[in-house]
Design a protein around this ligand. Structure first.
Ligand code: A3P
Length: 325
C-alpha cells in the first residue's frame, strides 16, 4: 500500500520546518499525540488537526455568497465537491466532454482552505475563481475564520457519514499515505474512539455542525452520505434550493438531475483517466480518494465489539441532539 504515494509527502503532511515562526511558536504550546500518518497531531481549540488553518484564519477574505463544503475526513468530501461544483456551475460548465471534472480531480476544482490554499505560508489569489466561490474544509466551525463564523450570508454544506464506515475508510486512506508501513487497525481504533484523529473528535465535529444547522437552516445544510446514496434525487434538489439555484421546470424535464447524479457517481468519476492515474498538486494520487464508495463496508473489517464500541460512543455523544447516524 505505501508504494502508492510519491516519495515526497505533501506540504501539509510535512513537519515543523515547513512552517512559519508564528505557527511554530503556537505549536510548541499545544498538546501533541501520535499522528496516523504524519508523526504528530496537535490539539488546538479542543480539536486534533493539522495546523495550516491558522494562516487561513488570519488572512481569509470572505465574500457574501461564498459556499463552504465541510466534512470530517472520509465522509464523502470528494463526492460532495463533484456534486456541488457541477450543480452550482451548471450553466457555465454544462456536462460535456469538456467539463472540468473530466480532466481534474474534484479536490483540484474545490480546494481545501487549510491543506491546499493556505499551505506554504501563501496568501492565495482568488481572482480566477468562478462565482460563487466554492471552498472546502475539514475545519470545525470554531476554527474557521471569524468572518465566516459570523456571516449570515455565506452557505455551509455539511456532509456526515456513519462513523464505522468513516473509521474503516480513514484506516485504508491513512495507510496509503503513510511512508513507513501500515497502522494496524487495533492501533488506530483506540485513537479514533478517543477522538484523536485528524480534525477529531469525529463526534464533536459532526455535532457542532448539526447544532448549527438546527439553529440556522438557511445558513447550514446538514445531510448524510447514507441518505445521499439512498435518495440522491431528493437531496440534490434540496441542495440546489439551499444554494439558491433550484432546478427549473425545463431542467427537470430534460433529466438534468439524473444526468448530474450519474456524472458524479463513484462509477463514473473513479473510471476517469485523471482519477485512475493522475495526482493532485500535493503529489497524492487521485485514486486514493476512490475505494468502494458504499454504505456498510465496516462489516467487512470491524469485529463485533469494535462496532459496538463505536455505536456506544455515538449514542452517548448524540444523546438528546436528535441526530441519528
Ligand atoms: P470508502 O473508503 O468507504 O470507499 P473523502 O472524499 O471524504 O475522502 O471520502 C472518501 C470516501 O468516499 C471513500 O469511501 C470513497 O470511496 C468515497 N467516494 C469517493 N467518491 C465517491 C462518489 N462519487 N460516490 C460515493 N462515494 C464516493
Amino acid at each position: 500500500m505505501s508504494s502508492e504515494i510519491s516519495s515526497s509527502p505533501p506540504k501539509y503532511l510535512q513537519e515543523e520546518e515547513a512552517l512559519t515562526q508564528e505557527c511554530n511558536a503556537l505549536i510548541s504550546t499545544l498538546p501533541t499525540r501520535k499522528g496516523w500518518w504524519a508523526s504528530h497531531l496537535y490539539q488546538y481549540q479542543g480539536f486534533w488537526y493539522l495546523q495550516a488553518l491558522i494562516s487561513c484564519r488570519k488572512h481569509f477574505q470572505l465574500q457574501n455568497c461564498d459556499i463552504f463544503l465541510v466534512t470530517s475526513p472520509k465522509s464523502g468530501t470528494t463526492w460532495l465537491k463533484a456534486l456541488v461544483f457541477t450543480l452550482a456551475y451548471r450553466t457555465k460548465y454544462p456536462i460535456t466532454k469538456n467539463h472540468p471534472l473530466i480532466n481534474n480531480n474534484p479536490h483540484d476544482l474545490v480546494p481545501f482552505l487549510e491543506t491546499r490554499l493556505y499551505v506554504d505560508n501563501q496568501i492565495p489569489d482568488f481572482s480566477s475563481f468562478p462565482h460563487p466561490r466554492i471552498f472546502s474544509t475539514h475545519s470545525p466551525h470554531t476554527s474557521l475564520p471569524e468572518t465566516v463564523q459570523k456571516s449570515s450570508n455565506c452557505k455551509i454544506v455539511y456532509l456526515c457519514r456513519n462513523p464505522k464506515d468513516v473509521f474503516v475508510s480513514l484506516w485504508h486512506f491513512t495507510n496509503k499515505l503513510r511512508l513507513n508501513g501500515t497502522n494496524s487497525m487495533e492501533e488506530v481504533f483506540d485513537s479514533f474512539c478517543q477522538g484523536v484523529s485528524g480534525y477529531g473528535p469525529f463526534w464533536d465535529h459532526v455535532l457542532e455542525y448539526w447544532n448549527l444547522s438546527k439553529e440556522n437552516p438557511d445558513r447550514v445544510l446538514f445531510f448524510k452520505f447514507e441518505d445521499l446514496k439512498e435518495k440522491p434525487g431528493l437531496l440534490i434538489r434540496r441542495l440546489a434550493e439551499f444554494l439558491g439555484c433550484p432546478f427549473s421546470a425545463g431542467e427537470e424535464e430534460s433529466g438534468l438531475v439524473d444526468e448530474i447524479l450519474k456524472f458524479c457517481s463513484f462509477e463514473n468519476l473513479s473510471a476517469l483517466e485523471i482519477n485512475k492515474n493522475g495526482k493532485l498538486s500535493s503529489g497524492v494520487e487521485n485514486k486514493v480518494f476512490f475505494r468502494q464508495g458504499v454504505v456498510g463496508d465496516w462489516r467487512n473489517y470491524l469485529a463485533n465489539e469494535m462496532a459496538e464500541k463505536i455505536d456506544k460512543i455515538t449514542e452517548e455523544k448524540f444523546n438528546g441532539s436528535g441526530l441519528i447516524i
